[in-house]
Design a protein around this ligand. Structure first.
Ligand code: BES
Ligand code: MN
Ligand code: ZN
Length: 497
């Protein structure tokens, strides 16, 4: 369950809630709400600054309890950093810090005054959405595969209200968008976090069915191995060959507009586990390859968010769901696969499998004559080396589409950075035995994968997002992030305006 979002016009001192949140800049500068709480409470916040307990540094927060003349028992003072440097990124940071602090409190509700703070270039609607999504991002808990708790649990945050001018239609819309995106993000995170012995191709197809069952107007089709054989999807089927789990091709459609309008196509990599296949991965870190379906989950989550908002556009979402395993029947290095497009592919590494399932999905989706095709995939370790964990890699030959996606990412703070797809790179994919090889040597690995996909989208407006670095957080306790659901939902919202 996502958090419930609301707005409030209550003054900070009179909000009847277990906790209010106010911001404090570095250098003793109080925000309006903090100043108000300070004044009513007889200087509680200034004393906190005097004693050095509150600094206003980014990432710091201090909890005050039982202040005089303040209705809420708790006041969370969140550090904002320097006022003159306060921008969108700092706002996101403060909103996420708030969410983390709230998670540890035994409370079911809170009221945040962070949305009153000025953010250059951003309006109230933006602040509401950003604050709400950050709160939900931090409130999420993964519990599916733990032993059910027997003892009573402390209360957990279930709702949060934000200070906003009363009766603003834009505010209601902003929170409706946040609620839909939060739902899509949670959907993607939960699928990503589930282990591959549960979250296998059939499981993902069942989740897609649930989306279709719960939303009038959504049409689902799941192609089985035999269907894919008939269509000639030799590339996807090659990857699937080594797994005991039969592959699925999930196709979801939404008609938010008349039939004549071309759909936006979302294609996501759904490798439920990537062992590397015969080109087996090293053991260390292999468990992270359960997240190799995050592109697919992200596209399903984006689709869910768009449908929740009943966006007035047509959508088709295609997710090839396959497990990549070593087996006596596995495909092997040097195999030649014939893709649905007819293009033949020399397999030089069975660990470059994502592009092999995506190419057939990209060919298939063109039967819907889409306006634009966007794919998302945890495609290359090279992308993580190039861009780290903060930016998704964006590749497209369409400058306008690039600008739109980069802008959506900035708005949603789910950012991407463009890498080139120049023709000069293409010859690295030459093969002596087939039309194209599935790997391109040691340089520019993320771009090589993009180049490979581009062979299957010629003549189309298409963009590729490599989310290998952004789809989950680092380390043993790293969870799926839900990226790029907010970027892509923002892109679709922008297109339907
Ligand atoms: N799923 C991996 C990419 C990946 C690796 C994502 C690490 C996140 C973290 C993909 O299928 C893969 O194995 N790619 C290879 C490509 C190589 C064989 C050309 C890679 O990146 O090493
Ligand atoms: Mn791989
Ligand atoms: Zn993979």
């Amino acid at each position: 369950m996502t958090l419930k979002f609301a707005t409030t016009a209550d003054a900070p001192e009179s909000a009847a809630t277990p906790c209010i949140i106010v911001g404090l800049y570095e250098g003793r500068e109080l925000t309006r709400a903090a100043a108000r709480v300070d004044e009513r409470s007889g200087g509680a916040i200034k004393r906190l600054i005097e004693s050095g307990d509150a600094t206003g540094k980014p990432g710091s927060s201090t909890l005050l309890f039982g202040l005089a003349n303040i209705a809420a028992p708790r006041v969370l003072v969140v550090g904002l950093g320097e006022q003159k440097k306060f921008d969108s990124t700092a706002f996101h940071r403060a909103a996420n810090d708030t969410g983390r602090a709230l998670k540890n409190l035994p409370i079911e509700a809170a009221v945040s005054y962070l949305t009153e703070i000025d953010v250059p270039g951003r309006d109230n609607a933006w602040k509401l959405r950003a604050a709400a999504l950050a709160a939900d991002q931090q409130a999420y808990r993964y519990t599916a595969t733990f032993k059910p708790k027997e003892a009573a649990q402390p209360p957990q945050l279930g709702s949060i209200a934000f200070a906003a001018p009363a009766n603003e239609a834009k505010a209601a819309r902003a929170l409706a968008e946040a609620a839909a995106i939060a739902k899509g993000v949670r959907f993607a995170r939960e699928l990503g976090n589930l282990p591959p012995n549960i979250c296998n191709p059939a499981w993902i197809a069942a989740q897609a069915k649930q989306i279709a069952d719960e939303h009038a107007g959504v049409i689902l089709e799941v192609l089985e191995r035999e269907d894919m054989q008939k269509l000639g999807m030799g590339s996807l089927l090659g990857v699937a060959q080594g797994s005991a789990h039969p592959p699925k091709l999930v196709v979801l459609r939404w008609q938010g507009k008349d039939d004549k309008a071309k759909p936006y196509a979302l294609v996501g990599k759904g490798i439920t586990f990537d062992s590397g296949g015969i080109s087996l991965k090293p053991g260390a870190g292999m468990e992270e390859m359960k997240f190799d379906m995050c592109g697919g989950a992200g596209m399903l989550g984006t689709f869910l968010a768009a449908v929740e908002l009943k966006l007035p556009l047509n959508l088709v979402c295609v997710v090839p769901v396959v497990e990549n395993m070593p087996d006596g029947n596995s495909y092997r290095p040097s195999d030649i696969l014939t893709s649905m497009s007819g293009i033949t592919i020399e397999v030089l590494n069975t660990d470059a499998e994502g592009r092999l399932i995506l190419c057939d999905a990209l060919t298939y989706v063109q039967k819907f004559d889409p306006e634009v095709i966007i794919d998302a995939a945890t495609l290359t370790g090279a992308c993580v080396v190039a861009l780290g964990k903060h930016a998704s890699g964006l590749m497209t030959q369409d400058d306008e589409l690039a600008e739109q996606l980069l802008a959506a990412g900035n708005t949603a703070h789910d950012r991407a950075w463009r890498l080139p797809l120049w023709d000069e790179y293409q010859s690295q994919l030459d093969s002596a035995f087939a039309d194209v090889a599935n790997i391109g040597g040691k340089y520019g690995g993320a771009i090589m994968a993009g180049c490979f996909l581009s062979r299957f989208t010629s003549g189309r407006r298409w963009a590729h997002l490599d989310i290998a670095g952004t789809a989950w957080d680092e380390g043993r306790k790293g969870l799926a992030t839900g990226r790029p659901v907010s970027l892509l939902t923002q892109y679709l919202i922008d297109r339907s305006a």
